[in-house]
Design a binder for this molecule. Structure first.
Ligand code: 0RQ
Length: 507
């Protein structure tokens, strides 16, 4: 194991997770590595959770403020939230235990664009960062860090933290070295240079994270795997939605608005984006590229099939079999995969320059094309905006996808007015459900509404939504974006009160 820690001084800092956790005091602000279940520290958070639990049993206060890249895993978010140990958390999560603590008011959560999170810490706005806790493939002779299966915000957290704890994980393949691209040119204003990425695969930095080794207070040796879950098999609705999107792209190619190999693809995680990738695999498209935030199974299949030339992201989000394959063959995949800090993988400047085609999931959309990605019934946090805002706002063509109903048909994903807005009508170009596709580009609001009602709404809700829109056209004083404000949230209220958005009468 020691060959993974090539620096003599840092070898002297090896200790157990419990010993390292003992260095962290109540109230500490910690920048953890980790992004979509990849590359997060695996032992220190659990050891810290044990310490917090013991303190609580003694009647002592003990919580920490946790910053990450994005979602992590039960060993981090689950462990700390499970002992009421997280006072504050940003910028994205998807852990069931943490979600519960956020929604019952125990944990304060700031849900922000992933590309903005490093800047908040770097400019000092979030206060002093006490610790950075990150995972490494190895520590180099010079005392620098080779990252593992995600880069996330590690660079900023390592730069800003007063103290550093490194988990060197021998489960992670040493052949990941060379896949990362850490740009050291990114600064706070007014000294920000142009990000010199002109093509998806451009490499502009180092393959390692440079750190001040004097700040390292502990090195922990670990062997645990990333905790990723397998994807569900692709269902009919996802296949239908993927079909509409790919036909839409084909039509854009036909009209000369997209090149034959499309433009760099961004794909959210989940069943439908996975179906889109599967659709691409079975298409005759070639020489595709992807500028996105996570590398999923479907992208690896596309690389293997020779259809995806290069992919840029900040992390892997692979099922266990695919993660194993990546570990075995990282040397080959290094040619076609670049992992960058998330402020670069999700950077508006690069996304706009490259002309990315974005595709993300949603909770609900309204008749004018505003999208809610985060809040169920307007108040309950699901996961967070993640990178969907970074990509949607700056995409060449932005798309949102969802089944037209949720919860066995009790909920319509298309509603009169969204109960929370993450993406405004100004940013949302295309909406797709299994019912069909609404290309909203260039349409005035009333035309957008009719197109969404005609093409995307489930038949169980179509007449009801048409009725709302017709009433709005009559009762709304202003006719630009008509709404019947007294009734805009009847559907949500009816679900909360009666368990269904289906109304017995217009109310
Ligand atoms: O609930 O898990 O209890 O069954 O939401 O819904 O349909 O399986 O879709 O997994 O793609 O998630 C928006 C949450 C969709 C996701 C969201 C319930 C539904 C189910 C999941 P159950 P599906 P998905 C890059 C981009 C924001 C982050 C983002 C998301 C669960 O896409 O988090 O885009 N996006 N990142 O039943 C009540 C509704 C509902 C609803 C769905 N209208 N009302 N519940 N559900 N619609 C990736 C990263 O940033 C890393």
């Amino acid at each position: 194991m020691n060959e993974r820690i090539s620096n003599e001084k840092l070898r002297g800092k090896i200790m157990t997770a419990d010993e390292a956790a003992a260095l962290i005091p109540n109230g500490a602000q910690i920048g953890f590595g980790g992004f979509t279940g990849s590359g997060y520290p695996k032992e220190l958070p659990q050891a810290l959770a044990n310490r917090i639990k013991a303190a609580h049993e003694r009647g002592e206060e003990f919580t920490v403020n946790a910053f990450t890249g994005a979602s992590t895993a039960p060993e981090l978010d689950g462990a700390l939230a499970g002992v009421d140990g997280m006072h504050y958390r940003m910028p994205y999560q998807s852990d069931p235990t943490l979600r519960k603590k956020i929604n019952d008011g125990t944990t304060l959560y700031t849900d922000i664009h992933l590309s903005h999170s490093a800047q908040l810490v770097a400019e000092g706005f979030m206060g002093k960062l006490d610790f950075a806790v990150v995972e490494a493939v190895r520590i180099t002779e010079d005392g620098n860090i080779v990252p593992t299966s995600s880069v996330g915000n590690n660079k900023t957290y390592l730069d800003m933290a007063e103290k550093i704890i490194i988990e060197v994980n021998s489960w992670q393949s040493p052949d990941l070295e060379g896949m990362h691209d850490i740009w050291n040119g990114y600064l706070t204003p007014p000294n920000r240079p142009i990000i010199p990425i002109n093509n998806v695969g451009d490499r502009i930095g180092d393959t390692f994270l440079t750190i001040d080794s004097d700040k390292v207070v502990a090195v922990i040796e670990t062997t645990d795997r990333d905790r990723n879950s397998p994807f569900k098999p692709i269902d009919d609705d996802s296949r239908a939605i993927a079909g509409y999107l790919l036909d839409f792209y084909a039509n854009e190619v036909k009209h000369g608005r997209l090149p034959k190999n499309l433009l760099p693809l961004q794909s959210g995680v989940g069943n439908i984006p996975n179906a889109v990738l599967d659709g691409l695999l079975h298409s005759d498209l070639e020489n595709l590229t992807s500028y996105t935030e996570v590398i999923q199974d479907g992208m690896v299949d596309l690389i293997d099939a020779g259809k995806l030339a290069v992919a840029s992201a900040t992390a892997f989000s692979l099922s266990p079999d695919y993660a194993h394959n990546m570990n075995e063959n990282a040397k080959n995949y290094r040619k076609s995969i670049v992992l960058r800090p998330q402020e670069i993988s999700n950077h508006p400047e690069v996304i706009r320059r490259l002309g990315v085609l974005s595709c993300n999931g949603m909770i609900e959309a309204d008749i004018y094309g505003n999208v809610n990605s985060t809040h169920v019934m307007g108040t309950r946090m699901m996961n967070g905006i993640g990178g969907s805002g970074d990509f949607t706002r700056n995409a060449y063509i932005s798309a949102f996808v969802s089944p037209s109903t949720a919860k066995d048909g009790a909920i319509s994903a298309i509603v009169p007015m969204v109960s929370h807005v993450d993406h405004t009508e100004h940013d949302v170009m295309v909406i797709i459900t299994e019912q069909g596709i609404a290309d909203l580009r260039g349409l005035a609001p009333r035309l957008r509404a009719q197109k969404i009602i005609d093409n995307c709404v489930h038949p169980d809700f179509r007449a009801q939504l048409q009725e709302y829109f017709d009433h709005s056209l009559v009762t709304s004083k202003a006719k630009h974006t008509p709404h019947d404000l007294r009734h805009s949230y009847d559907w949500h209220l009816n679900f909360i009160e009666n368990g269904t958005m289906k109304l017995s009468h217009y109310r």
